[in-house]
Design a protein around this ligand. Structure first.
Ligand code: NAP
Ligand code: G4F
Length: 341
């Protein structure tokens, strides 16, 4: 049987890296679309494991000719569109780039891909941010109320995916709630905290500044969520699915759990901007830094993933506590290794 070919945009990101490994393990030839950066990693890069190939080629969601070239070279059966300006806070600072990559990029890719192959299967990385703050639990049919440039662009792309589906194309959307891992970018709140507490624990840092303590998120493991992406494209019909754990925690809960996982329980003193988190010796380990507040905030997100369980047989395998432990242990190892080198 001929090997399947997949194109992953955003392959250098958290999800892209896990997905590339998953697909290569399943025997796919995987093409990854990567931007040229000042790190000067030369492309193409080819990685061959015993089952499949991962080939990274230069591409940019903002550049039509490179997109066309990549599609012609990779001839994908499945496309996973994960590339995005993915930081909500940054989207308030860079709204044009966010709009161009997160919406127009999707528009370009969908058109070029379906012009070339009407049977191509397309996964779009939609997001729980599209709901804004419409409580309490979100399903595939909950109302969208985006509050950031990031979420506005994602809603527009989500609608485009539905439009293509209504015309008979195999286009799926995963409305994914926050998912994390040791490969998470260091400016997202989970990794920022696991990194900071690993440094505090090892004596390289004293404290960390944080924004809104009361925001609630439904945090899962990226490795579980990329499995759901693949399952969506193997289903008989294309659809939209919520992927989540169904359990929400606040940033305050997250800090307490991260601190506990390095045996440094935190207690809180003060209120508002003066609130601090102190360790058992009374040393301030967490303080409020208003620079991390957002112009508009999504207060609480929690997903109902029952459709994905029922129709795809998907379920999450890593708990909130296991996730934090995995991340902090990895950060401790990484920092230790860097200081030994
Ligand atoms: P990430 O780690 O920030 O990765 C984003 C990827 O997009 C990176 O590979 C980045 O490349 C690439 N990219 C950015 N601009 C590009 C451009 N102009 N052209 C080509 N590539 C570009 O994000 P992630 O956490 O893996 O998330 C993957 C996708 O899922 C994103 O679309 C995100 O919006 C969405 N999502 C994420 C979550 C979550 O909790 N993680 C939840 C819901 C939806 P560089 O390495 O060059 O920067
Ligand atoms: O970790 P965050 O930056 O993730 P956010 O904004 O929820 O977005 C992530 O998840 C979305 C899915 O819902 C994805 F679509 C998106 O691509 C991205 O992966 O912030 C989480 C919460 C926010 O409420 C934020 O205001 O934590 C709050 N927060 C408090 N202090 C902070 C901080 N966030 C960051 N990044 N840094 C802080 O110091």
């Amino acid at each position: 049987m001929e090997k399947k070919r997949a194109l992953i945009t955003g392959v250098t990101g958290q999800d892209g890296s896990y997905l590339a490994e998953l697909l290569a393990d399943k025997g796919y030839d995987v093409y990854g679309f990567m931007r040229r950066t000042s790190a000067d990693v030369p492309a193409p890069i080819e990685v061959l494991n015993d089952k499949g190939l991962i080939k990274l080629i230069y591409g940019n969601m903002r550049d039509l000719p490179t997109m066309q070239r990549v599609l012609d070279e990779s001839k994908p059966d499945e496309i996973y569109n994960l590339a995005a300006q993915s930081h909500v806070g940054v989207s308030f600072l860079c709204p044009d780039e966010t709009w161009d990559v997160n919406f127009h990029g999707v528009e370009r890719l969908l058109k070029e891909a379906t012009d070339r192959n009407k049977q191509v299967k397309f996964y779009q990385a939609s997001t729980s941010e599209m709901y804004g703050s419409t409580p309490p639990t979100h399903t595939e049919t909950s109302v969208f109320s985006p509050v950031s440039p990031y979420a506005e662009a994602k809603v527009k792309s989500h609608r485009l995916i539905e439009e293509y589906r209504s015309k008979g194309f195999f286009t799926c959307s995963g409305i994914l709630f926050n998912h994390e891992s040791p490969r998470r970018g260091k400016i997202f709140v989970t990794r920022k905290l696991t990194r900071a507490f690993a440094e505090i624990k090892l004596g390289f840092r004293e404290k960390v500044g944080i924004g809104n303590l009361e925001a609630g998120r439904d945090w899962g493991f990226s490795g579980d969520y990329v499995r759901a992406m693949w399952m969506m494209l193997q289903a008989d019909t294309p659809d939209t699915y919520v992927i989540a754990t169904g359990k929400a925690h606040t940033v305050r809960d997250l800090i307490e759990a991260v601190a506990k996982s390095v045996d440094m329980p935190i207690h809180w003193e003060g209120t508002g901007l003066q609130e601090v988190g102190k360790d058992a010796q009374g040393v301030v380990r967490v303080e409020i830094d208003p620079r991390f507040y957002r112009p508009r905030e999504v207060d609480a997100l929690c997903g109902d993933w029952s459709k994905a369980k029922q129709k795809l047989g998907w379920e999450p395998s890593v708990s909130f506590e296991q996730l934090i432990d995995m991340m902090i242990q990895s950060d401790i190892r990484e920092i230790g290794a860097a200081h030994r080198a």
